[in-house]
Design a protein around this ligand. Sequence first.
Ligand code: HEM
Length: 435
Amino acid sequence: MQRPSSNLRARVFPNHWSLLFGQIAFYSFVVILFSGVVLMLDYKPSAEQVVYDGPYGPLRGTEMSRALDSTLAITFETRGGLLIRQLHHWATLIMVAAILLHLLQLFFTAGFRRPRRLNWLVVFGLLVITLGAALTGTSLPDDMASGTSLAVLDGVLQATPFVGSALSWLLFGGEFPGDVISRFYPLHIAVLPAAIVVLFLALRRKSGQTVRGRAAAVAVVKRVGLFCFVVGVSVVMAATATINPVWLYGPADPADTSAGVGPAWYLAFLDGSLRLAPGWEVVWWGRTISFAVLLPVAICTLFLALVAVYPFIEERMTGDRKEHHVLERPRANPIRTGIGVAGIVFYGVLWAAAGADTLAVQFHLSFNTLLRVFQILLILGPPAALVITRRICLGLQQQDTEIATHGIETGRIVRRPDGGYVEDHRPSVRQLMPR
Ligand code: HEM
């Protein structure tokens, strides 16, 4: 007898918008690959110092690395260079957002249960590696903004007790900033993209979206349509919205930083965690250990580790080892949905805290009070979100039961023969279905 799962697989092609994020991530990766190869033609991965004498006046005569010099040449001298740079950057943002939304969709619909537990790990790995590719990519122009992010990264590594200096030495190939560009370049253009290709292939094999006959032709047309849509949106963004204007930031300098330039939105939660950590310090074995860095690093690592292993924790806690081939509505599992919303609130508070200085200036608030409010929200927000979400889910379940038993309210009040008034209900789809 044929297994029901293989039967289903032969017919399933995702149509609902929430099931398309994986494909959107893949298509934006194709855009990144194409634009990356074009950028490679003119980009010079070299820290050698040169004096800028290109067409951009404000920087003329400034000493900078050959990497930034070539990025400015791509921007101002190569025909279509700025468009390709912005296309590469916007497609990166779309890819990260699509993977994050794909993870959320898998979480809230329980798409991570057996036999797709490894899918979850693959998508999570895809997210981590794409973040690595984005971080190494934004470091390549060697401008002030990327230099500042790397200085923060170096500070965090150095603050790790015992192994910090060695880790920093390993990453930067010497004392910061070391030879970071020539170390990151091969990682960025070859190692990390290759790992991403492997993970996409694994995902395709595991999701088993096989369609046959006429359905296959329809699926291909839909895929091509979605691909054109992703390319179109990325090109429109690249052509109309400036992103990473390195010419305004100037060259990286470890002794300097620019005000108002924050980390990319997807890494902002790490920055927020550093801002919210209390400045506690202890001296152990003659060494000063600062919790201002250790605590946020530990908490963010724990958070990401819990996200990665969540399917295994849920399986162990609920004892549900059955195979599932149908997604679940978020309201059907109030605790899981509550945990998911609590996670979003935790991430969101850290994320918002990364913009605390801008918020304080824009809204004329005290920076310290704002940080205190975020600290309180970080502790109380997630449990409150869990409780409220759980109640909402239970309420929605109750509403579903009402509709299933009494039908859908029509808003039409009718008078009964005995003089009483009742609201008319029309039968729900479930009531109409043969039992
Ligand atoms: C998922 C994979 C990738 C991601 C997320 C990514 C992301 C980025 C980002 C955000 C930048 C900074 C762009 C800017 O200047 O605003 C960048 C720069 C760059 N990327 Fe990628 N990239 C990826 C793959 C590739 C590949 C496969 C290549 C080459 C085949 C490539 C070549 C380059 C080059 C040459 C630069 C420096 C030029 C510049 O910054 O304008 N990238 N990348």
